[in-house]
Design a protein around this ligand. Sequence first.
Ligand code: HEC
Length: 141
Amino acid sequence: MALCLFTAVTLAQDKPYPIFTLDHLDAAMKTLGPNVAGIRASLDDGDFATAKARVIRSREQLAITVTFWRDRGRDDAVTLLRTALDRMDALDAALSIETVDPRAVDTLATRIGGACDACHTIYREQDPVTSEYRLRQSALQ
Ligand code: HEC
């Protein structure tokens, strides 16, 4: 028992908390992109149940990235992220009522896109050669 505890403490010290690397952020964003695009596609199809499932999945994927910004002390990015999550919650709520208003959910989906863009404008840049997206390192300083 005591040995087990010792081992657990040692492990905990080696790795105090899971590190959320830039690769993790990149991977999260790469799955988030198609999922959020899928929300729009489902809304256009009038498939509100699938849209709602995609909102929930997207929210999870975005929410975990908060660690990246917290670890780097970027309160402004955390706020931008929260705004995006709040807008996802608003869309989730609008999709959860009995008679979904197609125009209302369309507007809410657009507002999510705006929240993504708000962070990308500051923290994302495109490699001029490969056109790949990456973190704007200078914005972290
Ligand atoms: C708080 C900041 C922040 C928010 C909010 C945010 N992103 Fe990102 N996103 C980034 C950063 C930084 C990158 C560049 C990192 C990378 O891709 O390596 C990025 C990259 C991306 C990429 C490109 C991935 C690639 O490398 O091909 C996509 C797609 C993406 N985000 C989608 C979204 C969507 C959709 C939302 C909103 C639901 C969103 N992001 C919200 C910061 C954010």
